[in-house]
Write a protein that binds this ligand. Structure first.
Ligand code: ADP
Length: 399
């Protein structure tokens, strides 16, 4: 069965067409600058040159129409007709309190997603536009929603309730939701597979470190805690996001004349690696500047390493032990120095890295970088959220 995976952002739409159950990617691509000037579609097929076209993309439906046109094009396409697509899987950032597992999308699901736009203002509307676009252009094709929050829905109350008036949870749904769940689910499952164990037998900490970063404690296959919270703003320092800060900084700055929108922008877009280093939100640029002696870049990285270490300690305590530590996403998969620095001086937790293997393991492949005598396995696992979405979509569409 062919599965189209759609990831709709505010001004972009990424797609991948999978052949399932093989998991083979037939084509993938990206529509950029939707609803703004500079619309571009990039279409890729394995072993062939990329195709790129500049074209106005008025909305997500127009972008999707381009995707379907390219997929079925006689020269650039990989299928003869849209009817070959068995189902569409949508990546949806937020499933709220109700959507705790991947599900078929019907009117009721869309209505619920609309009702939670206030707590998901950035990602909700484009995801809904993507679903509506698909409905229109591929009328009878089943659609499945896969939610970034759902893997975290097993967290106990003590981990997801904030110590603020309980009514705010009851009346305004303010709680920890957690994000990147599809990635944490994939890499924790893959870790168990690599070790020839069942997820139920393992205590795992997964570090998803990219532009946005989150760390999750998975005990026996179930999430017990995660660093992102009500929004993806909480947790460790990220590319442009601060991660957790004293909330009074917000009200203090507002009392000093900044508006709520300005503070939000500062914490979301001007903080993190960018804010501390003053150089870039891109970890590679900050690493290069640090290597050349730039003090603030060095400090930004130190804050990041220290933050990750603290959560590893906290989550090991939360689970009363640790069997596996996983690094994934752009930084986790590629930045060998970060992995080395995070795992340094962690022997009290049984974490010992084989620094030689860590420094030489090929990028883009699963790797075990733990020392032979390490009590905890340290794994590097390239994440694959799209494959996970295709897997859920194929399963639910076949039911
Ligand atoms: P997103 O959260 O947008 O999916 P990614 O998972 O692609 O992000 O991660 C992007 C981050 O990964 C960037 O900060 C980038 O600098 C970093 N990265 C990619 N390759 C390397 C590398 N070789 N060394 C250090 N950081 C890297």
């Amino acid at each position: 069965m062919k599965i189209l995976v759609i990831n709709a952002g505010s001004s972009s739409l990424k797609y991948q067409l999978f052949e399932m159950p093989e998991g083979k990617v037939l084509a993938k691509g990206l529509c950029e600058c939707i609803g703004i000037e500079g619309g571009t579609v990039t279409h890729k097929r394995p072993g062939q040159d990329d195709y790129k076209v500049k074209t106005p993309l008025d909305d997500h439906e127009a972008a999707l129409a381009w995707v379907l046109k390219l997929l079925t094009d006689t020269e650039l396409g990989v299928i003869a007709d849209i009817s070959e697509i068995g189902a569409v899987g949508h990546r949806i950032a937020h499933g709220g309190e109700k959507l705790r597992a991947s599900c078929l999308i019907d009117d009721e699901v869309i209505t619920y997603l609309e009702s939670i736009v206030p707590i998901n203002p950035l990602h909700g509307p484009p995801a809904i536009a993507g679903m509506r676009g698909c409905r229109k252009l591929m009328e009878n094709v089943p659609m499945v929603g896969v939610f970034d929050t759902s893997f975290h829905s097993t967290m106990p109350e003590k981990a997801y309730i904030y110590p603020i008036p309980y009514e705010l949870y009851e009346e305004k749904s303010i709680r920890r939701y957690g994000f990147h769940g599809t990635s944490h689910r994939y890499v924790s499952g893959r870790a168990a597979e690599m070790l020839g164990k069942k997820p139920e037998e393992l205590k795992i900490i997964t570090c998803h470190l990219g532009n946005g970063s989150s760390i999750t404690a998975v005990n026996g296959g179930k999430v017990v805690d995660t660093t992102m919270g009500f929004t993806p703003q909480e947790g460790i320092l990220m590319g442009t996001r601060s991660g957790s800060v004293d909330p009074t900084i917000v009200t203090y700055l507002q009392s000093q004349g900044m508006t709520a929108a300005e503070v939000e922008k500062m914490l979301n877009k001007q903080s993190g690696l960018l804010g501390v280093s003053g150089k870039s939100s891109d970890a590679r640029v900050v690493c290069d500047a640090a290597a050349e002696g730039d003090k603030r870049s060095q400090l930004a990285l130190e804050i990041l390493y220290y933050g990750i270490k603290k959560y590893i300690g906290a989550y090991t305590a939360a689970m009363n032990g640790l069997d596996v530590l996983v690094f994934t996403a752009g930084i986790g998969e590629n930045d060998r120095d970060l992995r080395r620095r995070v795992c340094q001086d962690m022997d009290y937790l049984g974490i010992a890295m084989d620094e030689e293997v860590n420094a030489t393991c090929p990028r883009g492949k699963d790797a075990d970088v733990s020392a032979a005598d390490s009590r905890v396995k340290i794994l590097v696992i390239p994440t694959d959220e799209e494959y996970m979405i295709a897997l859920d979509t194929a399963r639910l569409a076949a039911d």
